[in-house]
Each structure stands twice: as C-alpha cells, then as structure tokens.
Design a protein around this ligand. Structure first.
Ligand code: IMP
Length: 429
C-alpha cells in the first residue's frame, strides 16, 4: 500500500476509526501525529465494540506497528488504561509493536484541571473534551512543557514539575479559588507510570524513517477534523492542534515526499460537538432522528452531537486544504429514513452568497445554508457491500456529492462493522 494520510474533513467524528481499521490491513505501520485522548475512535471488530482515545486504531490488527508521534499530547493514565483493556480483550500480545515518541508532550493533572475550570468558570465556553489538550499544547508552545522522555530523568522531571506548579497552582488557587496540586503526589503517581511506559518509549522519528526506507507502508491516522484545526477551523471553537494533512510531517518527523496520498473521511451528513458555527445544524425532529439513527453521542464525553445536512461548502474547502484524492463516506444508512435529503452548496448572509467559509467566525455563525434537494431512498441500506445493490436514489446522492466536491468517493460505509463496507476503488492497494 502507498503511504497514506487519513484526515477527517468535517468537525471530527467522521468514522475515521473504522476506515483506519480497514486500511490498516494493507499497511505495516499506523501513526497518530496530533491531538491526544480527546479523540474517540470507535471500532467494531469481531463483534466487539472498542473505543480508543490515544492508541492508533491499527492496534487491533495482528503484526502491525503503531506509533504515537511527537505531535501528540500524551496522557499516560489513559494510555495505560487502554493497554490493559486491549490486553484483556486478547489484543497487543507483542508490546514491541507499540511505540511512543519520547518527544511527545505529557498531559499533566493540572492541564486537565485548568481545561475544566476554564470551561466551567469562564463565559467563553469552547465545549472542550476536558482532557487537558489546550493547556498542554499551550505549555508546549510556551516552552515550559514536560516531554515523555523527561519522565525518565527523575531530577529533570522533578524540577520541571516543580517549576510548572509554581505558576499553575497560583492560577488555580488565586484566580479560580480552587485547591492546587501537591508536588510529591504528582511525582509519586507519574513515577509509578515509569516502569509500565519504559518499553514503549522510543525515538519514533528514526523508527519511521527506517520503515519508509525499507519500503514499509505507513498510514497516518488523523484525529478530530479539518474544521477543528487551530489555523483552518472555526477559531476559537477548535482543538489546539493542526488537524490538517500538513501537520503529518511535523507531528511525526517524516518528510512530505514520504506521503503518497491523502484520503478524506466524512459522514453522509454533518455533526459537531461543542460550540461554534454549524450552518446546516437541524434543531428539529429531523436532527433528532439523525442523532438517534446514527447514535450521535460523543465517544469521549457521551455528549449528544449536533446534527445537520451535508455541508459541501466546508467539505470542499477541507478537500482543498488537505489535497484529498479519495473520499470515504460513512454512515450512509443513517439517511435511509428520510423522504428528502439536502446538500448545502453555498452559504447566505443577507444578500451575500459564500462559496467558501468566511474566515470571520462571527460572520460564519450567522450564515444560513443554501440547499440543493435530492430524493431520499426510504430503503434499508445497512450492511450493503456492493455499490450496485444500493437503491438508485442513494447512488444519485453519492454521485451528486462527488460532482459537487470534485473527488471520487472510493469507500462507502453502511454500518459500524468491518463487513458493512462498499469498496468502489482499491486505491489503497
Ligand atoms: P479539545 O480538543 O478537548 O480542546 O476540544 C476543542 C473542541 O474540539 C471541542 O468542540 C470538542 O468537542 C472538539 N473535539 C475534540 N476532539 C474531538 C473529536 O475527537 N471529535 C469531535 N470533536 C472533538
């Protein structure tokens, strides 16, 4: 398989976990390069549902290597929990298959606390997952962060935690009026992670460069989605990393020439969790039906997801930014019940029409969708595996999306399990 980047082109939750799980059959290595345990990749394998937040979804495939790259913010508590869950289910028998970059930044308890305090005590709510992602990336950029490798130098680690606590405790106590953290307690808890983590921590850049020069195929697994990108998303209602394909290189250490193709993943409709613009949002019965049929509740927080029609304006921009060559369309079966299906092809604000999303989030928030309508199919498509077996209206919908987006829809998912998949184009072989 060529080296692929797999990127969500909506607001996250596009069903990337399932597609990574499918494509990882054809790759040797799967890499996470950004984000952290804010992601929730749900995979149904061998009839069992597994939700992974940090470990790449490729871990469910025997013999594949999985890498948590330097661009990830790494929560050791969640990592250790996932390892033990995977082992209990009979996965990850060979620990040498899982590598964690020593250069990844550690999520510390104060990051999580600050994330939650900001969300609960300030007026400007982002609707974060509360996993400490924003505060950890802030420290990374502010050069006060603590990296995974620091954990293994007790003196350095102690000094860094101590220095961080001086400011963090001041903010937590004086600004928020809450209880701060105790240095020794943190040192004890993080010290207890050392022995478990040791065998996974590595120089993942050297590992990946070697894999590439040996001709192994690598799959880069994006988390969140393009519209949540810190630069290209609906700022400030975004996550704190670059979620676009451009970050594969910095988040993993491989050169651009090593990536052969970028694959996009989107749902047949749109969802979003947290605050921020969402022109096609349906706050009515149709939206409720989508939520119930699609089980649209956050994999990380359990929050109900906001649901709406397919937003081709945002999707088209995401396709351009990422250089998407093939699309995977997920959850087609969720639309089975609808008489009529809508595609948003433009935004409107007063008498101004937008073909691309406005940069100004506050303008974006006021935009209304301009819809094109297509006929629904009102037939059960769940589990269909052949394109020709889809009802004609479903095929028309897919082909209309291809025309509007200018990209081939190569994979269509018709249910959560591996088997419920239509492959129209084996671009991955
Ligand atoms: P944070 O990444 O936890 O800081 O959250 C920032 C925004 O990104 C919030 O709107 C979250 O709901 C959203 N977000 C973060 N991770 C995911 C994800 O994996 N899927 C969907 N939304 C996400």
């Amino acid at each position: 398989m060529p080296n692929l980047g797999l990127i969500g082109i909506q607001w996250g939750d596009e069903g990337k976990g399932k597609i990574v799980d499918l494509l990882s059959e054809y790759s040797d290595v799967v890499v996470r390069f950004q984000g952290g345990a804010n992601a929730g990749h749900t995979i149904v394998a061998d009839g069992r549902k597994i939700i992974l937040h940090l470990i790449p979804s490729g871990i469910l495939r025997e013999g594949k290597y999985c890498v948590i790259g330097n661009g990830v913010v790494f929560d050791p508590e969640i990592f250790i929990k996932e390892i033990s869950e995977l082992k209990e289910l009979g996965y990850l028998q060979d620990d040498s298959r899982l590598l964690v970059s020593g250069a990844a930044h550690l999520i510390m308890p104060y990051h999580k606390k600050l994330d939650i305090l900001r969300e609960t005590k300030s007026k400007e709510k982002i609707g974060t997952t509360g996993r400490g992602i924003g505060p950890a990336y802030e420290d990374k950029m502010g050069r006060s962060g603590i990296r995974v490798i620091d954990l293994f130098n007790e003196e350095v680690f102690r000094e860094k935690v101590k220095r961080n606590l001086e400011l963090k405790n001041f903010i937590i106590r004086e600004y928020y009026g809450e209880e701060g953290f105790n240095l020794d307690e943190i040192l004890e808890v993080y010290g207890s992670y050392r022995a478990v983590l040791k065998k996974y921590v590595n120089d993942t850049v050297t590992f990946l460069l070697n894999c590439i020069s040996e001709g192994k195929s690598v799959l880069f697994e994006g988390a969140q989605g393009t519209n949540l990108d810190i630069d290209h998303g609906t700022y400030p209602y975004v996550t704190s990393s670059n979620t676009v394909a451009g970050n594969i290189m910095s988040g993993s250490g491989v050169p651009p020439s090593a990536i052969h193709r970028i694959v996009g993943v989107c749902k047949a409709y749109t969802t979003r969790v947290g605050e921020g613009p969402f022109p096609t949002e349906l706050k009515d019965e149709t939206g409720d039906t989508m939520r119930e049929r699609g089980a649209e509740y956050g994999a990380t927080t359990g929050r109900p997801r906001r649901c709406g029609w397919f937003d081709a304006v945002a999707a088209k921009r995401a396709i351009q930014i990422n250089g998407i060559s093939n699309l995977c369309l997920t959850k087609l079966d969720v639309l089975d019940e609808f008489e009529e299906i809508k595609i948003c092809t433009k935004y409107r604000l007063g008498d101004k029409l937008y073909e691309v999303p406005p940069i100004d989030t506050y303008t974006y928030e006021k935009c209304l969708p301009v819809y094109e309508k297509v006929k629904g199919w009102k037939v059960n498509t769940k589990g269909i595996r052949e394109y020709g077996e889809l009802p004609e209206e479903a095929r028309s919908y897919i082909e209309r999306l291809e025309k509007i987006l200018g990209v081939k829809i190569s994979i269509i998912s018709t249910g959560p399990d591996r088997e419920s998949t239509i492959v129209r184009d084996r671009f991955f072989e």
